[in-house]
Design a protein. Structure first.
Length: 166
């Protein structure tokens, strides 16, 4: 039972990574977070009244600010305030957008490619051959044989249409 759940989780994780924008959006979020934190740090360094005196503090400020936790100190310089304001908007949009886009893409995927759903079902059954009963294996064999016959018919029709004069 635990092994089956582990396989399902692996399949889910693979589907999310391959078929949704999750990885791209997370990489974008991390890259922009570091870029904005660097800009904030450069704009605030050397200002005595600023609480942002290290790159690490700027990174922390970037997470605290866009997560709407409300625990980030406000930058002092006008340039840092502008950088921070843009980061809050962009970071929030990317963070929440990554969640919404991933969930939407994951659940819409079967609707977009019904043929892929058939292939996924076959792959799933092939991954779990040991769990199938004799009756289920026979049904899978019959289905596979029917699929092979269908492919052969399509190939023959395609070959036949090439040889005919039009």
């Amino acid at each position: 039972m635990v092994r089956r759940q582990h396989k399902r989780f692996q399949r889910f994780a693979r589907d999310v990574i391959i078929h949704t924008p999750f990885v791209w959006m997370v990489m974008s979020l991390v890259g922009l977070w570091m870029a904005f934190a660097l800009g904030l740090y450069l704009a605030e360094r050397g200002i005595e009244s600023s609480s942002i005196q290290s790159f690490g503090t700027a990174l922390y400020w970037g997470v605290a600010a866009f997560s709407t936790a409300g625990i980030a100190d406000m930058p002092v310089s006008p340039a840092a305030q502008a950088i921070g304001a843009v980061w809050i908007v962009v970071g929030s949009v990317l963070f929440f957008g990554a969640i919404v886009a991933t969930v939407t893409a994951y659940f819409m995927r079967p609707l977009q490619r019904p043929a892929r759903q058939i292939i996924d079902t076959i792959e799933y059954n092939l991954e779990h051959l040991d769990d199938l009963s004799i009756e289920e294996l026979e049904l899978l064999k019959d289905t596979t044989d029917g699929l092979i016959e269908h492919v052969e018919t399509l190939k023959a029709q395609k070959a036949g249409s090439r040889g005919r004069p039009q």
